[in-house]
Design a protein around this ligand. Sequence first.
Ligand SMILES: Nc1nc2c(ncn2[C@@H]2O[C@H](COP(=O)(O)OP(=O)(O)O)[C@@H](O)[C@H]2O)c(=O)[nH]1
Ligand SMILES: [Mg+2]
Length: 421
Amino acid sequence: KRENIRSLTMCGHVGFESLPDQLVNRSIQQGFCFNILCVGETGIGKSTLINTLFNTNFEEHEASHFCPNVRLKAQTYELQESNVRLKLTIVNTVGFGDQINKEESYLPIVDYINAQFEAYLQEELKIKRSLFNYHDSRIHVCLYFIAPTGHSLKTLDLLTMKNLDSKVNIIPVIAKADTISKSELQKFKIKLMSELVCNGVQIYQFPTDDDTIAKINAAMNEHLPFAVVGSMDEVKVGNKMVKARQYPWGIVQVENENHCDFVKLREMLICTNMEDLQEQTHTRHYELYRRCKLEEMGFTDVGPENKPVSVQETYEAKRHELHGERQRKEEEMKQMFVQRVKEKEAILKEAERELHAKFEHLKRIHQEERLKLEERRRALEEERIHFSKRKSSCDIFLNQSYMASGSNIKKDKDRKNSNFM
Ligand SMILES: Nc1nc2c(ncn2[C@@H]2O[C@H](COP(=O)(O)OP(=O)(O)O)[C@@H](O)[C@H]2O)c(=O)[nH]1
Ligand SMILES: [Mg+2]
């Protein structure tokens, strides 16, 4: 399968050229793979922040507020800094927060993350696996964009983060932090952190076990959630062009640490902890997915009485179980078939009986009709005979009377003739 990867050039320094320091074990030639998921409402500043982070225009169309549901859109880019190549995948939530009912908005995100784990697991389970040049699409970090309301987290934020925290490293950020005052921002950060703790949402903590970065990471953990500002506009400040947002009352400089935490985020995400994010993804989140998935499939490390179970044994047991189940199903099917045949037979018999009864009925009617006709025929015949008899006696009578009247006429004629002579 050919991948759709766009090569882009960055406009300035980003910091991933330090990656070989972080990822000493991997080949530089191979390039590094990093996958970021941006979760946040439409228009909260996701695309702008990603563009600013990587100093690139990832040419993206502005999303509308009228999507019927949440959809995830992924695009992979190839970036290069010095001689280090980075295969970067940006996954964006399209339509997040735009529906009236947001109860299930987190589901497509969970599904997407799981699908990437599943793809990796399938590769891992292949006989001829090639994890070395496999394009790992597992999400290494989720930037969760919180609206700069100064109030609290929304139900949607809590619900989503709660459902994602065992699957992905979440770094919450306060978006458009230039729209909240300095004192309000401090209170807001404290409020957000306490709400996350109260609701048991586990966000990603920069690791403090490696001495070289423990101090900076510990300090950065104190700044969470980072308050960020994004902008690709360049404004002249002093004699330097800097990324900034210009307002009638002043200028917000994206990379000025007095103005926002953008630099902290970029340092932590791209320069200091990219490797840890990848490692946590593999050892914690993927491991959990893999374990649940294999258990679901019936695999187990120990059987009853804590005895170790080999894959072979699990396979045999599963095969046996499936065989039994198949036999049971076959028997069930057979029974059902016999039952159906019986039912059909009964229906056919009933139909035959009805047909027979109908035939008998018709036969009887026909018989009766025939008898009636016979009767009528006989009556007519009698009538005819009677009539014939009467006719012949009538004829005889007529003949006799005709003959009698004939001899009288002759006598009269003879008498008249004798008178003339
Ligand atoms: N005030 C302020 N506006 C921002 C910031 N980042 C982005 N915007 C503006 O917010 C609007 C939406 O930004 P966009 O990045 O497209 O949001 P997306 O829908 O989350 O990707 C645009 O007009 C941006 O210029 C920020 O940090 N502060
Ligand atoms: Mg966008």
